[in-house]
Write a protein that binds this ligand. Structure first.
Ligand SMILES: Cc1cc2nc3c(=O)[nH]c(=O)nc-3n(C[C@H](O)[C@H](O)[C@H](O)COP(=O)(O)OP(=O)(O)OC[C@H]3O[C@@H](n4cnc5c(N)ncnc54)[C@H](O)[C@@H]3O)c2cc1C
Length: 262
Protein backbone atom coordinates (compact mmCIF):
# COMPACT_ATOMS: atom_id res chain seq x y z
CA UNK A 1 0.00 0.00 0.00
CA UNK A 2 1.29 3.45 -0.88
CA UNK A 3 2.35 5.80 1.85
CA UNK A 4 -0.11 8.52 2.72
CA UNK A 5 0.67 11.93 1.28
CA UNK A 6 -1.06 15.27 0.88
CA UNK A 7 -2.25 16.87 -2.33
CA UNK A 8 0.54 17.97 -4.64
CA UNK A 9 0.61 19.80 -7.96
CA UNK A 10 -0.46 17.80 -11.01
CA UNK A 11 2.08 16.35 -13.43
CA UNK A 12 1.63 16.62 -17.21
CA UNK A 13 1.59 13.24 -18.97
CA UNK A 14 3.71 13.60 -22.09
CA UNK A 15 3.87 10.05 -23.47
CA UNK A 16 1.58 7.18 -24.40
CA UNK A 17 -2.13 7.21 -25.05
CA UNK A 18 -2.80 9.55 -22.11
CA UNK A 19 -0.38 12.21 -23.40
CA UNK A 20 -1.80 15.71 -23.03
CA UNK A 21 -3.70 15.20 -19.79
CA UNK A 22 -2.50 15.48 -16.18
CA UNK A 23 -1.95 13.09 -13.31
CA UNK A 24 -3.66 14.46 -10.20
CA UNK A 25 -3.43 13.92 -6.47
CA UNK A 26 -6.86 15.05 -5.39
CA UNK A 27 -7.84 15.62 -1.78
CA UNK A 28 -11.41 14.97 -0.70
CA UNK A 29 -13.04 18.15 0.63
CA UNK A 30 -16.31 16.48 1.50
CA UNK A 31 -18.51 13.53 0.63
CA UNK A 32 -22.27 13.81 0.99
CA UNK A 33 -25.44 11.95 0.02
CA UNK A 34 -26.78 13.57 -3.15
CA UNK A 35 -29.60 11.01 -3.14
CA UNK A 36 -29.94 7.83 -1.03
CA UNK A 37 -27.99 5.90 -3.70
CA UNK A 38 -25.65 8.56 -5.13
CA UNK A 39 -22.70 10.01 -3.22
CA UNK A 40 -21.32 13.40 -4.22
CA UNK A 41 -17.56 13.92 -3.73
CA UNK A 42 -15.88 17.32 -3.91
CA UNK A 43 -12.12 17.10 -4.46
CA UNK A 44 -9.42 19.74 -4.58
CA UNK A 45 -5.88 20.15 -5.88
CA UNK A 46 -3.32 22.89 -6.45
CA UNK A 47 -3.42 24.24 -10.03
CA UNK A 48 -6.91 22.92 -10.68
CA UNK A 49 -7.26 25.42 -13.55
CA UNK A 50 -5.03 23.04 -15.58
CA UNK A 51 -7.85 20.47 -15.67
CA UNK A 52 -10.14 22.60 -17.95
CA UNK A 53 -12.61 19.80 -18.81
CA UNK A 54 -15.16 19.84 -21.63
CA UNK A 55 -18.73 19.20 -20.44
CA UNK A 56 -19.19 15.42 -20.13
CA UNK A 57 -15.51 14.55 -19.68
CA UNK A 58 -14.37 12.46 -16.74
CA UNK A 59 -11.52 11.64 -14.39
CA UNK A 60 -10.08 8.14 -14.11
CA UNK A 61 -9.46 7.36 -10.43
CA UNK A 62 -7.16 4.69 -9.00
CA UNK A 63 -9.20 2.81 -6.41
CA UNK A 64 -8.14 -0.11 -4.21
CA UNK A 65 -9.21 -3.62 -5.22
CA UNK A 66 -9.00 -5.00 -1.69
CA UNK A 67 -11.99 -3.87 0.41
CA UNK A 68 -9.69 -3.55 3.46
CA UNK A 69 -7.16 -1.27 1.74
CA UNK A 70 -7.00 2.41 2.66
CA UNK A 71 -7.77 4.86 -0.16
CA UNK A 72 -4.96 7.23 0.77
CA UNK A 73 -2.89 8.20 -2.33
CA UNK A 74 -3.57 4.90 -4.07
CA UNK A 75 -1.34 5.05 -7.19
CA UNK A 76 -2.65 4.67 -10.76
CA UNK A 77 -1.84 1.38 -12.53
CA UNK A 78 -0.09 -0.28 -9.57
CA UNK A 79 -0.75 -3.74 -8.13
CA UNK A 80 -3.68 -3.63 -5.74
CA UNK A 81 -5.49 -0.87 -7.65
CA UNK A 82 -7.96 -0.70 -10.48
CA UNK A 83 -9.27 2.27 -12.45
CA UNK A 84 -12.79 3.62 -12.35
CA UNK A 85 -14.02 6.63 -14.33
CA UNK A 86 -16.37 9.27 -12.98
CA UNK A 87 -17.79 12.24 -14.88
CA UNK A 88 -16.80 15.73 -13.82
CA UNK A 89 -20.21 16.98 -12.69
CA UNK A 90 -18.97 20.32 -11.38
CA UNK A 91 -15.79 22.36 -11.81
CA UNK A 92 -14.78 25.44 -9.87
CA UNK A 93 -11.10 26.08 -10.68
CA UNK A 94 -10.61 29.29 -8.71
CA UNK A 95 -11.75 30.88 -5.45
CA UNK A 96 -11.42 29.94 -1.78
CA UNK A 97 -12.09 26.27 -2.36
CA UNK A 98 -11.29 25.25 -5.94
CA UNK A 99 -12.81 21.83 -6.56
CA UNK A 100 -14.22 19.24 -8.92
CA UNK A 101 -17.42 17.34 -8.24
CA UNK A 102 -18.15 13.70 -9.07
CA UNK A 103 -21.42 11.89 -8.36
CA UNK A 104 -21.04 8.16 -7.78
CA UNK A 105 -23.85 5.59 -7.89
CA UNK A 106 -23.30 3.21 -4.97
CA UNK A 107 -24.96 0.07 -6.41
CA UNK A 108 -23.14 -3.18 -7.02
CA UNK A 109 -20.49 -3.29 -4.29
CA UNK A 110 -17.52 -3.17 -6.71
CA UNK A 111 -14.26 -1.30 -6.04
CA UNK A 112 -15.61 2.04 -7.30
CA UNK A 113 -18.76 1.94 -5.18
CA UNK A 114 -16.76 0.76 -2.13
CA UNK A 115 -14.22 3.54 -2.61
CA UNK A 116 -16.86 6.24 -3.02
CA UNK A 117 -18.84 5.10 0.00
CA UNK A 118 -15.76 4.97 2.26
CA UNK A 119 -13.79 8.13 1.40
CA UNK A 120 -13.74 10.92 3.92
CA UNK A 121 -12.48 14.51 3.99
CA UNK A 122 -8.68 14.69 3.82
CA UNK A 123 -8.23 11.42 1.89
CA UNK A 124 -6.03 11.74 -1.22
CA UNK A 125 -6.69 9.82 -4.43
CA UNK A 126 -4.70 9.61 -7.63
CA UNK A 127 -6.54 10.41 -10.86
CA UNK A 128 -5.85 11.05 -14.54
CA UNK A 129 -7.76 13.44 -16.75
CA UNK A 130 -9.73 14.99 -18.16
CA UNK A 131 -10.65 11.95 -20.26
CA UNK A 132 -13.27 11.16 -22.82
CA UNK A 133 -14.17 12.26 -26.30
CA UNK A 134 -17.01 14.73 -26.34
CA UNK A 135 -18.92 15.01 -29.57
CA UNK A 136 -18.88 18.60 -30.94
CA UNK A 137 -22.02 20.42 -29.84
CA UNK A 138 -22.89 21.70 -33.33
CA UNK A 139 -25.88 19.42 -33.96
CA UNK A 140 -29.26 21.04 -34.68
CA UNK A 141 -30.67 19.33 -31.58
CA UNK A 142 -29.44 17.00 -28.86
CA UNK A 143 -30.91 13.94 -27.19
CA UNK A 144 -29.12 12.60 -24.09
CA UNK A 145 -30.19 9.18 -22.79
CA UNK A 146 -28.77 7.61 -19.62
CA UNK A 147 -29.27 5.43 -16.60
CA UNK A 148 -28.20 6.57 -13.12
CA UNK A 149 -24.46 6.12 -13.83
CA UNK A 150 -24.70 8.03 -17.11
CA UNK A 151 -26.89 10.77 -15.66
CA UNK A 152 -23.99 12.98 -14.43
CA UNK A 153 -22.52 13.14 -17.96
CA UNK A 154 -25.82 13.64 -19.76
CA UNK A 155 -27.09 16.30 -17.32
CA UNK A 156 -23.76 18.16 -17.54
CA UNK A 157 -23.91 18.15 -21.35
CA UNK A 158 -27.56 19.23 -21.40
CA UNK A 159 -26.76 22.13 -19.06
CA UNK A 160 -23.93 23.17 -21.43
CA UNK A 161 -26.16 23.37 -24.54
CA UNK A 162 -29.51 24.28 -23.03
CA UNK A 163 -29.31 28.02 -23.70
CA UNK A 164 -28.37 27.78 -27.38
CA UNK A 165 -29.78 24.56 -28.83
CA UNK A 166 -32.81 22.33 -28.47
CA UNK A 167 -31.84 19.49 -26.16
CA UNK A 168 -33.48 16.96 -23.94
CA UNK A 169 -32.42 14.32 -21.41
CA UNK A 170 -34.27 11.03 -20.98
CA UNK A 171 -33.20 9.22 -17.79
CA UNK A 172 -34.07 5.55 -17.52
CA UNK A 173 -33.81 4.71 -13.82
CA UNK A 174 -34.42 1.56 -11.79
CA UNK A 175 -35.36 3.42 -8.61
CA UNK A 176 -36.83 6.77 -7.71
CA UNK A 177 -33.89 7.50 -5.36
CA UNK A 178 -31.54 7.64 -8.39
CA UNK A 179 -33.04 10.97 -9.58
CA UNK A 180 -30.27 13.58 -9.72
CA UNK A 181 -30.66 17.37 -9.61
CA UNK A 182 -30.02 19.65 -12.58
CA UNK A 183 -30.14 23.36 -13.28
CA UNK A 184 -31.77 22.63 -16.67
CA UNK A 185 -35.47 23.51 -16.98
CA UNK A 186 -37.76 20.67 -15.87
CA UNK A 187 -39.39 20.44 -19.31
CA UNK A 188 -36.03 19.42 -20.80
CA UNK A 189 -35.70 16.35 -18.54
CA UNK A 190 -37.87 13.25 -18.71
CA UNK A 191 -37.39 10.66 -15.96
CA UNK A 192 -38.68 7.12 -16.43
CA UNK A 193 -38.56 4.95 -13.31
CA UNK A 194 -38.94 1.18 -13.72
CA UNK A 195 -40.27 1.65 -17.26
CA UNK A 196 -40.68 -1.38 -19.55
CA UNK A 197 -39.02 -1.54 -22.98
CA UNK A 198 -42.12 -0.34 -24.78
CA UNK A 199 -42.40 2.80 -22.67
CA UNK A 200 -38.71 3.58 -23.08
CA UNK A 201 -38.97 3.11 -26.86
CA UNK A 202 -41.99 5.43 -27.01
CA UNK A 203 -40.19 8.10 -24.94
CA UNK A 204 -37.09 7.96 -27.15
CA UNK A 205 -39.09 8.15 -30.37
CA UNK A 206 -41.10 11.12 -29.16
CA UNK A 207 -37.92 12.97 -28.09
CA UNK A 208 -36.52 12.96 -31.65
CA UNK A 209 -36.17 16.21 -33.58
CA UNK A 210 -34.81 16.85 -37.09
CA UNK A 211 -30.99 16.93 -37.13
CA UNK A 212 -30.73 15.28 -33.72
CA UNK A 213 -27.48 13.91 -32.31
CA UNK A 214 -28.09 11.27 -29.64
CA UNK A 215 -25.67 10.48 -26.80
CA UNK A 216 -26.29 7.24 -24.92
CA UNK A 217 -24.54 6.29 -21.65
CA UNK A 218 -25.21 3.55 -19.15
CA UNK A 219 -25.38 -0.21 -18.74
CA UNK A 220 -23.94 -2.02 -21.78
CA UNK A 221 -27.03 -3.96 -22.87
CA UNK A 222 -29.37 -1.07 -22.19
CA UNK A 223 -27.23 1.25 -24.31
CA UNK A 224 -27.32 -1.33 -27.13
CA UNK A 225 -31.12 -1.44 -26.84
CA UNK A 226 -31.48 2.36 -26.98
CA UNK A 227 -29.19 2.44 -30.00
CA UNK A 228 -31.37 -0.16 -31.75
CA UNK A 229 -34.56 1.82 -31.04
CA UNK A 230 -33.06 5.05 -32.42
CA UNK A 231 -31.57 3.32 -35.46
CA UNK A 232 -34.97 1.79 -36.28
CA UNK A 233 -36.51 5.25 -35.85
CA UNK A 234 -34.20 6.53 -38.61
CA UNK A 235 -31.34 8.17 -36.68
CA UNK A 236 -28.20 7.67 -38.82
CA UNK A 237 -25.17 5.90 -37.33
CA UNK A 238 -23.03 9.04 -37.44
CA UNK A 239 -25.61 10.87 -35.28
CA UNK A 240 -25.34 8.27 -32.50
CA UNK A 241 -22.70 8.34 -29.73
CA UNK A 242 -23.25 5.26 -27.55
CA UNK A 243 -20.96 4.48 -24.59
CA UNK A 244 -21.14 1.50 -22.23
CA UNK A 245 -20.31 2.67 -18.69
CA UNK A 246 -20.81 -0.63 -16.87
CA UNK A 247 -22.07 -4.14 -17.51
CA UNK A 248 -24.69 -5.82 -15.32
CA UNK A 249 -23.24 -8.94 -13.68
CA UNK A 250 -19.63 -8.19 -14.79
CA UNK A 251 -17.05 -6.02 -13.09
CA UNK A 252 -15.53 -3.32 -15.29
CA UNK A 253 -12.02 -4.08 -16.55
CA UNK A 254 -8.88 -2.44 -15.16
CA UNK A 255 -9.07 0.41 -17.68
CA UNK A 256 -12.38 1.45 -16.11
CA UNK A 257 -14.77 0.31 -18.85
CA UNK A 258 -16.66 -2.93 -19.49
CA UNK A 259 -14.28 -5.56 -20.89
CA UNK A 260 -14.73 -6.06 -24.67
CA UNK A 261 -16.63 -9.01 -26.19
CA UNK A 262 -18.98 -9.83 -23.35
C1 LIG B 1 -16.55 7.41 -19.24
C2 LIG B 1 -17.26 6.89 -18.00
C3 LIG B 1 -17.86 7.78 -17.12
C4 LIG B 1 -18.54 7.31 -15.98
N1 LIG B 1 -19.13 8.21 -15.13
C5 LIG B 1 -19.79 7.76 -14.03
C6 LIG B 1 -20.37 8.68 -13.10
O1 LIG B 1 -20.28 9.90 -13.24
N2 LIG B 1 -21.03 8.17 -12.02
C7 LIG B 1 -21.13 6.80 -11.80
O2 LIG B 1 -21.73 6.38 -10.80
N3 LIG B 1 -20.57 5.91 -12.66
C8 LIG B 1 -19.90 6.36 -13.75
N4 LIG B 1 -19.31 5.47 -14.60
C9 LIG B 1 -19.34 4.04 -14.25
C10 LIG B 1 -18.23 3.75 -13.21
O3 LIG B 1 -16.96 4.00 -13.79
C11 LIG B 1 -18.21 2.30 -12.69
O4 LIG B 1 -18.35 1.43 -13.73
C12 LIG B 1 -19.30 2.02 -11.72
O5 LIG B 1 -19.19 2.90 -10.63
C13 LIG B 1 -19.20 0.59 -11.18
O6 LIG B 1 -17.90 0.38 -10.69
P1 LIG B 1 -17.66 -0.58 -9.47
O7 LIG B 1 -16.20 -0.76 -9.29
O8 LIG B 1 -18.47 -0.12 -8.28
O9 LIG B 1 -18.34 -1.95 -9.93
P2 LIG B 1 -17.73 -3.07 -10.91
O10 LIG B 1 -16.50 -3.67 -10.30
O11 LIG B 1 -17.60 -2.53 -12.29
O12 LIG B 1 -18.91 -4.12 -10.86
C14 LIG B 1 -19.18 -4.90 -9.68
C15 LIG B 1 -20.62 -5.41 -9.75
O13 LIG B 1 -21.50 -4.30 -9.56
C16 LIG B 1 -22.45 -4.23 -10.60
N5 LIG B 1 -22.73 -2.82 -10.87
C17 LIG B 1 -21.82 -1.88 -11.24
N6 LIG B 1 -22.42 -0.69 -11.42
C18 LIG B 1 -23.74 -0.89 -11.13
C19 LIG B 1 -24.90 -0.05 -11.14
N7 LIG B 1 -24.82 1.25 -11.48
N8 LIG B 1 -26.10 -0.60 -10.79
C20 LIG B 1 -26.20 -1.91 -10.45
N9 LIG B 1 -25.13 -2.77 -10.43
C21 LIG B 1 -23.94 -2.27 -10.77
C22 LIG B 1 -21.76 -4.93 -11.77
O14 LIG B 1 -22.69 -5.44 -12.68
C23 LIG B 1 -20.98 -6.03 -11.09
O15 LIG B 1 -21.79 -7.15 -10.85
C24 LIG B 1 -18.62 5.92 -15.74
C25 LIG B 1 -18.00 5.02 -16.62
C26 LIG B 1 -17.33 5.50 -17.75
C27 LIG B 1 -16.69 4.50 -18.69
Amino acid sequence: MAEASGPRPPEAITEGRLAGVHRWWLQVLDATALTPSVRRLRLTSPDLHLLAPEPGQDLMFAVPVDPDDRVQATPINQPGTTNRRYTIRGYLPVGDQPHVVVDVVLHGGGPGARWASSVSPGDVVEAVGPRGKVVPADAASHLFVADAAGAPAMLTMLEAVVDHAPGRVVLVLDHDDERQPTTAPADRVEVLVGADDERVAAALRSALNPGVHAYLAGERRQVAGWKRILTEAGVPADALSPKAYWSRGDANAGHGEPAPDR
